[in-house]
Design a protein around this ligand. Structure first.
Ligand code: FUL
Length: 530
């Protein structure tokens, strides 16, 4: 070889080596940067962020402590009770005479005992509905229990329910309708001060409040006036007086699932875009404002709120989980005529699968009747429902004897999944390709439901998975899903097998799976893959 050619070749070799090394350095620094994205309640997207970086940022959005506590309760009771209970209406017009409110056998302890027995862990009471009648002796208006014959005008429904909850170990929260058809100041700035005063009373006089529920309904008040609600002032007040309370629906902590029929989405993301102006986002990012100072509520009813396609266009991502509110009866309030239309235990079970089983919290409305009690028909359904839940998720649990994963990280081994509710999650050590875990059952058994869960204190990361059963010498797919989140239940036609395989086909980063169980349900759900 000629010396000149030789030196040319060595120059090219040096250049190539340098290129390879710098590419390795860049990819290593990218990797380090990605690993360094801290876990946060809000992540901001930069204009140059790739789809991969956005997915990584999404994987690092986590709930606040109050959101985590709220999610772990899974089940809550909603109680619509008030003037409508006595008029038979769903929406009062604010002209009702307080004298008609007289629940002669009122017993909050009966309510709470019934709810506790059903497994509900929080009670949300309609302290004031759209008609403006207050269930507590407020100093803000005369339109309250004070002017009713009940307990000679000395009663306080809010106090009795809050105390009964405390006695039984349930949490307490309230619904306070911003729309007020009785209050004369409605539709003027004065009304915001009136509403704040009502909030202040409820937030200071009744012990710890776990949830404040703001209805989105903004109807007309006296003279056809509409109110411009000063949401941010309400949020600030709640945070200052009850920092542990989540603000739901028209608030920044918990979103409305988008329907009142007990149905969450098949793909229910708790990480979704935070919509706000550039200026607001800049202030949030610079910690010059907090979320409660700038959050503007809106109804999110679209089918896809958080897929990669949706987050690709986001400027910021935040943790905003879904709550499913649905009534045990056709109406929200008690109507005797609907006693034969109370949802059956089977219907409630189906709702459970499609709400709690789809990464949401179920807020089940059980209205008190005119006596001030939960009626017998509703109690019967709740008891039947609890029986089905216990028979399915306790007696129907299929024991596991061995677990083998294709990939696992020290400290997050798949064997933890042998427990029904592991303390430690399984997490793989390989990114970007499918990983699977094989489960060996004690014996060949019939099952028809898969339960999965992610440790959401590390975010929601799983995007696609399949479940297969080992049948006649080969793997057969029996279920397929997208999101998991806090809890995912998938039902399918009964399968007999002794060995199954869960494959996580795609995730936004290394995931933390902390629940993998199989069950034989006490109810035939009919449809596969719900
Ligand atoms: C709606 C209200 O108009 C209903 O009466 C009920 O309170 C429901 C939970 O929210 O917006």
């Amino acid at each position: 070889m000629k010396p000149r050619l030789q030196s040319k070749i060595s120059l090219i070799a040096i250049a190539l080596t340098l290129m390879v090394f710098s590419a390795m350095a860049i990819s290593r620094s990218n990797f380090t940067r990605q690993r360094e994205i801290p876990l946060k309640n809000i992540q901001f997207i930069d204009s140059g962020d790739s789809a991969e970086t956005i997915a990584l940022k999404a994987s690092r959005v986590v709930p606040t402590d109050r959101q985590l506590k709220w999610q772990k309760r899974e089940l809550a009771a909603f109680v619509h009770f008030g003037i409508n209970t006595f008029t038979g209406k769903e929406h009062g017009d604010g002209m009702e005479d307080p004298a008609i409110f007289n629940p002669v056998d009122f017993d909050a302890r009966q309510w709470v005992r019934v709810f506790k027995e059903a497994g509900l862990r929080l009670v949300i009471l309609t302290a004031k509905h759209h008609d403006g009648f207050c269930l507590w002796p407020t100093s803000t208006t005369e339109h309250s229990v004070k002017r009713s014959p009940w307990r000679q005008g000395k009663g306080d429904v809010v106090r009795e329910v809050a105390e009964a909850c405390r006695e039984e170990g349930l949490d307490f929260g309230f619904y306070l309708s911003p729309w007020d058809r009785h209050e004369k100041t409605y539709g003027t700035p004065e009304y915001n001060r009136f509403f704040q005063a009502q909030l202040r009373e409820l937030l200071t006089n009744y012990g710890p409040i776990a949830e404040v529920w703001f209805d989105g309904y903004c109807g007309e008040g006296p003279g056809g006036r509409k109110q411009v609600y000063d949401w941010n002032s309400y949020y600030r007040l709640i945070r200052s007086l009850q920092p542990g309370a989540v603000i739901a629906i028209m608030g920044p902590d918990v979103r409305w699932v988008g329907n009142e029929s007990g149905l969450a989405r098949e793909s229910e993301w708790s990480v979704i875009p935070l919509k706000a102006s550039e200026e607001v986002l800049a202030r949030l990012r610079a910690s010059q404002a907090s979320i409660e100072e700038v959050f503007q509520p809106e109804d999110l009813i679209g089918e896809d709120l958080g897929s990669r396609r949706v987050i690709a266009g986001a400027k910021a991502l935040f943790w905003y989980p879904a709550e499913v509110d649905v009534s045990i009866r056709p109406g929200w309030f008690y109507h005797e005529s609907q006693n034969s239309q109370v949802k059956t235990p089977e219907e409630l079970f189906e709702i459970y699968l499609k709400s709690v089983g789809r990464n949401s919290v179920l807020l089940l409305n059980i209205p008190a009747d005119r006596r001030g009690l939960i009626s017998e028909s509703d109690i019967r359904s709740l008891r039947g429902w609890r029986l089905l839940l216990d028979r399915s998720f306790n007696e129907g649990y299929i024991p596991k004897v061995e677990v083998r994963a294709s990939s696992e990280r020290p400290g997050y081994e798949a064997r933890h999944l042998l427990a029904k509710q592991p303390e430690v999650a399984w997490s793989p050590n390989t990114r970007g390709k499918p990983v699977s875990v094989e489960i060996f059952l004690k014996t060949e058994t019939v099952f028809d439901c898969l339960e999965l869960g992610e440790d959401i204190s590390s975010g929601q990361r799983i995007e696609e998975f399949t479940l297969e059963a080992w049948k006649e010498g080969k793997w057969m797919e029996i279920a397929r899903g997208t999101t998991v989140g806090y809890k995912r239940l998938l039902t399918f036609r009964p399968v007999i097998a002794g060995r199954v395989r869960l494959t996580i086909l795609q995730s936004r980063d290394l995931f933390y799976l902390n629940r993998l169980n199989l069950y034989k349900l006490a109810v035939q759900t009919g449809k596969p893959g719900s």
